[in-house]
Design a protein around this ligand. Structure first.
Ligand code: FUB
Length: 310
């Protein structure tokens, strides 16, 4: 169709140019970039947007069937390690749902835990999105998916955080942002889910990403106040809140409904990983990951990030 052709031509044009800083991955669409430092490299675990057609997915909607992992030691040259999890090899996932949405990954005791949302094939698991885990011995995989999704979790956009005392937390979204403690095995909840307080009450909030810096817990999230998402943050002295809204990290991207991000320090600099639809200006469900430097003020507040465009 015309949309696929336009996207293909646009990508071909872009990839034949000298590679620019943003977007960072050129061989496929990459959204919701969850980045982690493992060893001396940054590993990127994005969603993988593909285009729906008559045979797959829902036309004009998000369409994702698998996940790749990428790594880089300089944030410029990225190696694609290939597919790590795919919808028809996860026992609980409906194989033709094309709903492998935003994932996250974390290391604990030498194991790598990859969290991903999707829709179950078995209606006894409930309706809507569930969140599953796949486990590996290396960041590149192979990842072995658990047979069932995590009990008591309904929603999308998993994010994991391990506090300095070793307690792990899972965050996710379902209109609001939820959080709960994770068991040490990283596979089941250790507390009942709570809606995180006191975030702005109006408008969709999703894509949580929590990190700690200097004793402050930063809850960062995309929020639709007008038409498209902007990245905001709130802080707390407790990983489950209550949080105090502090401000905007990145303004809305005109023409791209979603944004979704992760934040980390690497080699003495903090970075914001996020996405926009650079390779698909006319269709915002075909997105590409970007990076920009992120800076803190002396009082711990975050300076607004202005996207670097090429
Ligand atoms: O990638 C699909 C969905 O779009 C994600 O789960 C949301 O965070 C938004 O980025």
């Amino acid at each position: 169709n015309i949309k696929s052709l336009a996207v293909a031509l646009f990508m071909a044009g872009i990839t034949s140019q000298a590679l620019a800083q943003n977007p960072i991955i050129h061989n496929q669409f990459t959204a919701d970039p969850s980045a982690r430092v493992f060893g001396d490299k940054v590993y990127l675990f994005p969603s993988h947007d593909i285009l729906a057609n008559k045979e797959r997915g829902r036309i004009d909607w998000f369409c994702m069937e698998d996940y790749h992992v990428f790594s880089s030691s300089n944030l410029t040259d990225w190696e694609d390690h290939g597919v790590i999890v795919t919808q028809n090899k996860v026992p609980w996932v409906k194989p033709d749902s094309y709903s492998m949405w935003a994932p996250d990954c974390i290391e604990r005791n030498g194991k790598y835990y990859f969290y991903f949302p999707s829709t179950p094939k078995d209606s006894t698991l409930g309706r809507g999105f569930k969140i599953g885990v796949a486990v590996a011995d290396r960041p590149e995989g192979p990842y072995i998916p658990e047979a069932l999704p995590i009990k008591n979790v309904n929603g999308i956009d998993p994010n994991v955080f391990i506090d300095n005392d070793g307690q792990a937390y899972l965050y996710w979204s379902a209109g609001n942002i939820y959080g709960a403690k994770l068991n040490e095995n990283m596979l089941e909840l250790a507390s009942d889910p709570v809606i995180l307080q006191d975030l702005p009450t109006k408008g969709l909030k999703e894509g949580p990403y929590l990190f700690e810096r200097g004793g402050i817990y930063y809850l960062t999230y995309p929020h639709v106040e007008n038409k498209t998402e902007r990245l905001e943050y709130a802080i707390s002295d407790n990983p489950l809140g209550p949080f105090k809204f502090k401000g905007v990290i990145m303004d809305e991207t005109p023409g791209c409904w979603t944004n979704h991000h992760s934040i980390l320090p690497f080699k003495n600099q903090w970075y914001l990983f996020y996405h926009a639809n650079d390779f698909s200006p006319a269709f915002d469900k075909a997105r590409s990951a970007r990076i920009d430097s992120l800076f803190f003020n002396a009082d711990g507040t975050i300076q607004k990030v202005i996207p670097t465009l090429r």
